[in-house]
Design a protein around this ligand. Sequence first.
Ligand code: HSE
Length: 433
Amino acid sequence: MTQPVRVGIVGLGTVGSGVVRLLMESADHITRHAGRPIVVERAVCRDPARDRGLRLPADRVSTDIRDVSRDPSITVAALLVGGLEPARSMMIDLLEHGKDVVTANKALLAEHGPELFELARKKGRSIAFEAAVAGGIPIVAAIAECLAANRIESIRGILNGTSNFILSTMEEEGADYADVLKLAQAKGFAEADPAMDVDGTDATQKLAILAHLAFGVWVPWGDIPRTGIEGVDSDLMAYAGELGYRIRLVAVASRSGGKLAMRLAPALVKVGTPLAETRGAYNAVSLVGDAVGRMFFHGLGAGQMPTASAVVADIIDTVVGRAAITFRTTGVLDTDGPAARMGGMDTLEKHFLRVCVNDLPGVLSRITGILGEHGISIASVIQHDPSGASGAAVPLVIMTHACSTAAVERAVAHIDASDVVSGKTVCLSVLDE
Ligand code: HSE
């Protein structure tokens, strides 16, 4: 039998424990794929004494990263701690000491990707990160390898399992936001700080990584316009449903007008389209390549074993040498081309507006008049018979025909500055495919 490959696991949280379990329980199958056994030589974590139900001998679990980085028998390390520090220092230590690294840490790559990739290349090592984006969906391999012949034109993705679980469960079961968030935490989808799931940070960081792969440019994730799901209420969901749509948190990156436009925001997606049928902790990516056309990827984007599936596949890829080849050519596209310039999102799209108006004569014509002044044509309007007295605040819901995002933003600012509204207008883009 060929000599085993010895790996170090850094972090034994939800994902790290899943990776150890998968490597041990599927050892025969993994050996066949890798051509040699893959052995967990050591795991390091904050609390080695905690019982995780793993078959790891106690003398192989310790607290010091150097037990992995300085062990010459270990060639591959899986860095499975979240956050920026000490994750960044650990990654540097592992690369400096000659380890190939596999990671699920999207925050680390989105924040420090250029520096870490450069160090890995300088040291002749690879970083594999399939698990960092969309959990079990092999979207990194798809873009970096399988679709390499294509110029990617656009990407749309549901990239956060927790927020998708919250939106779809609220919509289908009428459940309360706080209760569903607690359930997502109990199921192991949510980040240690779930604010990063619901405020869109997590999905935006994943979008920045996808953009690097697809367009060859590192966009600082903080520069990407971002709106989370905190403002989505059951009322909005009901109006969207009435119009034949659902609400999803959608990450968008597209080439437009010679520039790369990106954003993360709740959007209306048409019932029956793949994004609208993405429920629970599932993630989805819909992309357009110039040769292949539109493609759709769907699968569990969060949770212990879907993420472990991607990490272990990366470990196998590293062992057989595929990861090194892919890493050498990752993100080397278009860096001098138009995609390197970030532009505002000004595509032609339908928009959904919920304007909070005072129910008085002439108000509807004021609102539609403002939209008309900005060149925006209306497709449909909903105002339900209000139960309150005349003058009470009521929602007025408007669906526009396709129009410029920038024009809608100007119109909404104009509407919100007028004296006929009694609250801030919600404006969501509408995706029909
Ligand atoms: N908290 C993340 C999610 C886990 O809900 O998608 C995977 O990054």
